[in-house]
Write a protein that binds this ligand. Structure first.
Ligand code: F6P
Length: 343
């Protein structure tokens, strides 16, 4: 077989490990050849690709990012996009595609499958918000980076007796925030799933300072966290070229209000894309490698329109129709456990 691979949407650590695993099993086990499309679906639409073999993938396992490049371009947002995908595949003799992406890119894979393109999905996002899998690779790395940052913020916060507001990624769900907050011993964590009341945030800081004279505070905020209705107004959001709201900055809003209302000196750290960069943790390398192997097996078993997923430490397949279009929020159990340490 000749198989095409692409990485679409925001990058995350572990993409190269998936590519390497697909290529390794495709070439050595099945005797396939593999085409790597550049910049996600753009490469398939525009016939921009590179030949991938085991040699080309040497040394990429620990490398962050994606050797193929990525973009948010999708066949359904481009004129004749689906026909151009078909044309590229027939010109190159590509029998099937493996799309590694988040909810949006997997949604495009679902629609391509409905339009007759043989395609298998691999879920990725540092946000870990894809509903049909317990874990996406890249998430563990992001949580570790955020936890390390919180550990560092503790010492400087204590020296100056300051409030530190640290913003982590998490567009629609607070998985990174809640886990890094719990692991890093945050005093409070604000997530998109639970709109926050700024006055309660300030009250908990005041209470900390009543309990002890010096009481530095770390507040973790997911970038998608929102104030409860009728509390504080956010500035109008900017959008990127694909119409996605550009997040980043809620920590500054929280910090300004905290300092104004409580009088405690407050500083902001926005971790941003640092969380998506650099080498994947061993957990993410293993998960990504297992996904890659499972994806090429799925191609050979004709399991098109399906996505590989992690369920109770087993790699399974889930229908892309069921896997996309709904996101996974932080569970009540995890949120409640984290609240036991809010103080
Ligand atoms: O991939 C998910 C994500 O990292 C979100 O957490 C974040 O809001 C978004 O991507 C940022 O996207 P961009 O790289 O386009 O700024």
């Amino acid at each position: 077989m000749r198989v095409g691979v692409l990485t679409a949407g925001g990058d995350c650590p572990g993409l190269n490990a998936v590519i390497r695993a697909v290529v390794r099993k495709a070439e050595w086990h099945y005797g396939d050849s593999v085409v790597g499309f550049h910049d996600g679906y753009r490469g398939v639409i525009e016939n921009d690709w590179t030949e991938l073999d085991v040699e080309a993938c040497r040394g990429i396992l620990p490398r962050g990012g994606t050797i193929l490049g990525t973009s948010r371009v999708e066949p359904y947002s481009v004129h004749d996009g689906v026909d151009r995908v078909r044309l590229t595949m027939s010109e190159l003799g590509v029998d099937a595609l493996i799309a590694i992406g988040g909810d949006g890119s997997l949604g495009a894979a679902r629609d391509l499958h409905d339009d007759g393109i043989p395609i298998v999905g691999v879920p990725k996002t540092i946000d870990n918000d894809i509903a049909a899998t317990e874990m996406t690779f890249g998430f563990d790395t992001a949580v570790q980076i955020a936890t390390d940052a919180i550990d560092r913020l503790h010492t400087t916060a204590e020296s100056h007796d300051r409030v530190m507001v640290v913003e982590v990624m998490g567009r629609h769900a607070g998985h990174i925030a809640i886990r890094a907050g719990l692991a890093g011993g945050a005093s409070l964590t604000l997530v998109p799933e639970r709109p926050f009341d700024i006055e309660s945030v300030c009250d908990s800081i005041r209470q900390r300072h009543q309990r002890a004279k010096k009481y530095a505070t770390i507040i973790v905020v997911a970038e998608g966290a929102e104030p409860a209705e009728g509390t504080i107004e956010l500035p109008p959001a900017e959008r990127d070229q694909f119409g996605h709201i550009r997040l980043g900055g809620i920590a500054q809003v929280v910090a300004t209000e905290v300092e104004r209302r409580t009088g405690y000196e407050t500083r902001v750290t926005i971790l941003g894309h640092v969380q998506r960069g650099g080498t994947p943790t061993s957990f993410d390398r293993v998960l990504a490698s297992r996904y890659g192997v499972a994806a090429i097996d799925a191609v050979h078993e004709g399991a098109f329109g399906q996505m590989v997923a992690l369920h109770a430490d087993d790699i399974v397949r889930v229908d892309l129709n069921k896997a996309t279009g709904r996101l996974k929020p932080v569970s009540d159990e995890l949120y409640d456990a984290a609240t036991q340490f809010f103080s």
